[in-house]
Ligand binder design. Structure first.
Ligand code: TRP
Length: 456
């Protein structure tokens, strides 16, 4: 987005930022992380991370963008010329690229499930598994994900759709569609939540999700919760710096950041309130059940118990695909905006430069769930390594650098000016947010990482 057009309405600003934030991070990643990190204990730390780190860091990105009026690298360059802060923009580009490699794969699964929902295949019996057994969907998911061609082709289809939208420059159109569809996603989640509550044993799932066992809170759980908060809110790689540059000078940054963060958190919590009661009710809990299967198995199980499963399932996966698409676009924009601004090339070549290598890299990521699962990095598959490395290391590092910059090195008064719109509005959060960014965010990030290293 080389031209810095401004968002023209309040709703437009919030909707575009929510479009970036709400995605597979809420629906696919959040439940998997919750389960891997001790249930309710993780939820508690996650909520604290959103409030204590997420909102201030989001405000920081908005402020840098609106003051610098450019992409992540350009804004730093303009605000502090000759200083190396723009390097954190590079970190953001690396991070966004690594995220794309696995985000495309999961978006591909979503499209496959959409296709299977519409065609009805999803609800047909799986050969070799007794009809009515609660292994139907699990078996289907496991087999599908480990396959070679189908998941890879759907990944490529996702890359192609994303590339086409970006080349044609119709993101605004997609965002407009998503403004209508995201409230619908919210509505469907509420309906599913009510449905799930009527199932036997649902209360055990709620207890798992809401009653924390404090002994489960370890430094590693804190790192994962921090990573999840940043991932879900689209933070730590400069995406929202670009968005900030489109904001109007009268936009109330604090209200925007609060609204977006709370909405995003509500979507994640609603998903948890559907998945965990579902898992308990269907007797799916167990050592091997977790990760991606949580969403792609539990949701179909729920639809299967509703009136007209195919209809609900199709509707849900359409909405999830759109949510995934708007988020993918916002991730890809980081690199595309940089390439087109820096090398002064047009949209189409810049987009191709980003998307073409992705065809190969996302295929590797897809295959690492099956035939290439023996290729591991620190015990992670390629897919898992990109996911863990970006969320648990690169994003907190990006946020750390930004907080240190804003707290200590940015032009004096920048943050205060941005939070109060040049002194024209009163903002009781301005002082606490600046205090958090200066002292708490960087120091706590260092402490969490040090504690985790020491306990290894
Ligand atoms: N927040 C999105 C999700 O939850 C993913 C995402 C979009 C993202 N843009 C980002 C993550 C920028 C990190 C940085 O699915």
């Amino acid at each position: 987005m080389a031209n810095n057009s401004e968002f023209n309405s309040k709703i437009g600003i919030i909707a575009a930022t929510v479009g970036s934030a709400v995605g597979l991070g809420n629906v696919w990643r959040f439940p998997a992380e919750t389960q891997a990190n001790g249930g309710a204990a993780f939820l508690l730390v996650y909520v604290i991370c959103v409030l204590l780190f997420g909102i201030p860091v989001m405000l920081g990105e908005f402020a840098i963008g609106r003051a610098g009026k450019s992409d992540a690298i350009g804004s730093y360059r303009k605000l502090s010329p000759g200083k190396p802060w723009w390097i954190s923009g590079f970190l953001g580009i690396l991070c966004s690229y690594l995220i794309l490699t696995f985000y495309m794969v999961v978006s591909g699964w979503t499209l496959e499930y959409l296709y299977q929902s519409i065609s009805g295949q999803l609800f047909s019996p799986v050969p070799g598994v007794a009809e009515g057994s609660n292994l139907q969907f699990a078996e289907r998911m496991e087999e599908y994900v480990a396959g070679v061609w189908p998941p890879m082709i759907w990944t490529w289809i996702t890359v192609a759709i994303c590339g086409a939208v970006l080349c044609m420059g119709v993101q605004k159109g997609i965002e407009r569609v998503s403004n209508i569809l995201m409230p619908l996603l919210f509505l469907i989640l509420i309906i599913l939540c009510v449905t799930v509550m009527t199932l036997p044993n649902a209360s055990a799932g709620l207890a798992y999700f809401f009653h924390p066992d404090f002994s489960k809170i370890t430094p590693d759980v804190c790192i994962s919760a921090l990573g999840q908060a940043f991932f879900s809110l689209s933070l730590g790689m400069g995406t929202l710096i670009t968005y900030g540059s489109y904001f109007h000078k009268d936009t109330n940054l604090t209200k925007t950041a609060f609204t977006v963060s709370i909405l995003d958190m509500m979507v994640a919590i609603l998903v948890g309130m559907i998945i965990f009661p579902g898992v308990m009710s269907f007797g799916l809990e167990g050592e091997s059940f977790g990760g991606s299967a949580l969403v792609f198995v539990t949701f179909p199980e729920i639809f299967n118990r509703m009136w007209c499963p195919q209809l609900w399932s199709s509707l849900f996966f359409i909405l999830l695909s759109v949510a995934a698409l708007t988020s993918s676009i916002s991730i890809a924009e980081v690199s595309i905006a940089y390439f087109s601004n820096h090398f002064k090339i047009k949209r189409v070549p810049a987009t191709s430069l980003v998307m073409v290598p992705l065809v190969f890299l996302s295929a590797l990521s897809s295959l690492s769930n099956g035939v290439l699962s023996d290729w591991t990095i620190f015990g992670y598959t390629i897919f898992g390594a990109c996911d863990a490395f970006t969320a648990n290391i690169l994003m907190p590092l990006g946020a750390f650098i930004m907080a240190v910059y804003l707290g200590w090195f940015a032009p004096k008064g920048l943050m205060k000016d941005q939070l109060t719109n040049g002194g024209t509005i009163r903002n009781m959060f301005a002082a606490p947010v600046m205090f958090l960014l200066k002292w708490i965010t960087p120091i706590l990030i260092v402490i969490i990482f040090a504690a985790s290293l020491l306990m290894k």
